[in-house]
Design a protein around this ligand. Structure first.
Ligand code: CO
Length: 199
């Protein structure tokens, strides 16, 4: 399979359907990119950002990585966030985790070495810091789910500590941070109620 013809077939169908729905679809998109939301989610193939929230191309700026984390030393994440805030002037940053996250599970098992182990280290540390709460859960799956939630909450906190976020909050520019979690079992999102909007 050198050329993946099935994917190109799908693409042609999709491209055509867009114009059938709206003849100005591409004209409009080429004009300007003005999304209101930055989505920071997991790379997991079961959590497709735009589809989950019913947004069209042009409406959602997206950053995804393994286990939806916002490490302060990650040039990629930091660039996306700074670009979204200072250039696109997005109004909302949504950190969206999901239950059954294999990245979070790997951090619980803590047996990944090399690059994946390094990447997941912040979640291993988070698990250790919350050991007393997490160990109250009798079932491993509940502990896993709770760590998925705690990870989202932690990443919203990380965002709130960024210079670019703090300096935006000192201006008139609107910026809210949200923490959500997605359930693979029913396709529903849940707000973890950790929204931050500055003072
Ligand atoms: Co995941």
């Amino acid at each position: 399979m050198k050329h993946l013809p099935g994917l190109f077939r799908n693409n042609r169908k999709w491209a055509l359907a867009n114009v059938e729905k709206n003849p100005n679809f591409y004209l409009h998109l080429c004009d300007i990119q003005k999304p209101e939301y930055l989505w920071i989610g997991c790379s997991d193939s079961r959590v497709p950002a735009n589809e989950i929230v019913g947004l069209e191309p042009g409406e959602l700026f997206v950053h995804r990585n393994v286990a939806n984390i916002v490490p302060l030393h990650d040039l990629n994440a930091m660039t996306v966030i700074e670009f979204a805030i200072t250039k696109l002037k997005i109004k909302h940053i949504i950190v969206c985790g999901h239950y059954n996250c294999s990245g979070v599970k790997a951090a619980i098992d803590n047996n990944e070495k090399g690059i994946i182990g390094d990447w997941l280290k912040p979640i291993v540390n988070l698990k250790d810091r919350n050991a007393s709460e997490l160990n109250k859960h009798k079932h491993g799956s509940d502990k896993w789910s709770r760590l998925c939630e705690l990870n989202v909450i932690e990443q919203v906190k990380n965002l709130s500590r960024l210079d670019v976020v703090k300096s935006t909050w000192r201006t008139n520019q609107y910026l809210a941070l949200h923490g959500w979690i997605y359930d693979l079992k029913d396709g529903l999102l849940r707000d973890l109620h950790v929204t931050m909007m500055g003072d």
